[in-house]
Design a protein. Structure first.
Length: 354
């Protein structure tokens, strides 16, 4: 039982190289960002479990007594279990969605209810706990994306910079503190649909698409090699040049896979006009892109490109890669100014009856 407010956070992530290819068994390089999502868990005596996700406008509450009366035997507890369609259909009845609920909101609520009803909560995380968190997060991903590779939940759990291939994870030792811009085009897309489109293109044109995936694999490996060299030697302009060339090549491959979008083309053109190189990150079809910020750039130069991007209607964050993974911030270890700062930042608030 929770006795106090518990604040936890996990980092946002970007995929440097290997998105889509990773679904087909190739290597992906993924890094955790110094941009975090916070979740506040708070005991309540209201008899309700409430979910508040201010960033996506979700505020729902369920009567705990009613939840306990429902037959939940279709959900197993303990080890992470695959959220099969049949279980999710039953959960939709529990969720009791209002008529005007969008698909986006339905999926977020379903993922929450599935995990909430299945998980036994703990406050201290050992390596084993992290494995468990990662497994649960993977099941949450499945609710939303269908058939994910597992790279996204892995990098948000362990943080840092990861090489990921078919569930095998290795951490890059001392990745350089690269600065990037993370840009949200705000064009909505479905990861599930985009992953399916790539699969269909691979089935339709295997001789063309398979070499593209192999080449993306080689880009990920080359990027890993450059990052490791930067960690052992003093980073040189040649390193950044190589990283920029890899970004450009991968962006063209991703366009050839059919996951580009005019908003992403615009993003690349705008940053290129400032001498910077960008690619989509994640599923594509809109969504987010990343731009590498070389260390030689001055503050005003970075501001100018950020202004140009916000002028296109995009959201833009300057951040760095290699952040810590999922973390617990107990109330006791935080002082008042930190709480005040977090107050404005909380992306999710899960108030639980206990
Ligand atoms: C989505 O962030 C990354 C994809 O490669 C899908 C996946 O790995 O599950 C497009």
């Amino acid at each position: 039982m929770l006795s106090d407010v518990l604040l936890v956070s996990a980092p946002g992530k970007v995929i440097l190289h290997g998105e889509h290819a990773v679904v087909h068994g190739k290597v992906a390089l993924a890094v955790a960002l110094n941009l975090r999502t916070f979740l506040q868990l708070q005991p309540h005596s209201s008899g309700k479990v409430s979910l508040n996700l201010p960033n996506i406008g979700i505020k729902r509450a369920w009567d705990v007594a009613r939840l306990q009366l429902l037959d939940m035997s279709f959900l197993e507890q303990g080890d992470p279990t695959v959220p099969i369609l049949e279980k999710l259909e039953k959960l939709k009845e529990v969720a009791d969605f209002p008529e005007d609920c969008t698909d986006h909101e339905r999926l977020a609520v379903l993922a929450f209810l599935y995990l909430y009803l299945c998980i036994c909560r703990k406050q201290r995380w050992t390596a084993e706990d992290l494995e468990l968190i990662n497994k649960w997060a993977f099941q949450g991903e499945k609710v939303i994306h269908g058939n994910p590779s597992g790279v996204d939940n892995a990098v948000s759990t362990w943080g840092g910079a990861l090489r990921y291939q078919q569930g095998k994870i290795s951490s890059l030792k001392r990745p350089p503190a690269l600065k990037i811009l993370l840009i949200n085009t705000k064009v909505p897309r479905s990861t599930k649909a985009l992953v399916l489109n790539v699969r269909n293109r691979l089935l339709k044109f295997p001789k063309i698409v398979a070499p593209l995936l192999t080449s993306i694999n080689a880009i990920s490996l080359e990027c890993e090699r450059v990052l490791e060299e930067m960690a052992t030697a003093v980073p040189a302009p040649e390193h950044y040049l190589a990283l920029e060339e890899l970004i450009d090549m991968n962006q063209h491959h991703l366009n050839a896979l059919g996951v580009g979008h005019t908003s992403l083309d615009q993003l690349c053109q705008v940053t290129m006009a400032h001498g910077l190189h960008s690619k989509l990150t994640g599923a594509g079809g809109g969504g987010c892109g990343i731009t590498l910020l070389r260390p030689d750039l001055t503050g005003p130069e970075v501001e100018a490109v950020k202004q140009a991007l916000t002028g296109c209607g995009f959201d833009c964050w300057e951040t760095s890669i290699g952040a810590p993974g999922v973390s617990v911030h107990t109330a006791a270890s935080l002082d008042a100014p930190v709480w005040q700062a977090l107050d404005g930042l909380c992306a999710g608030q899960w108030a639980s009856s206990s």
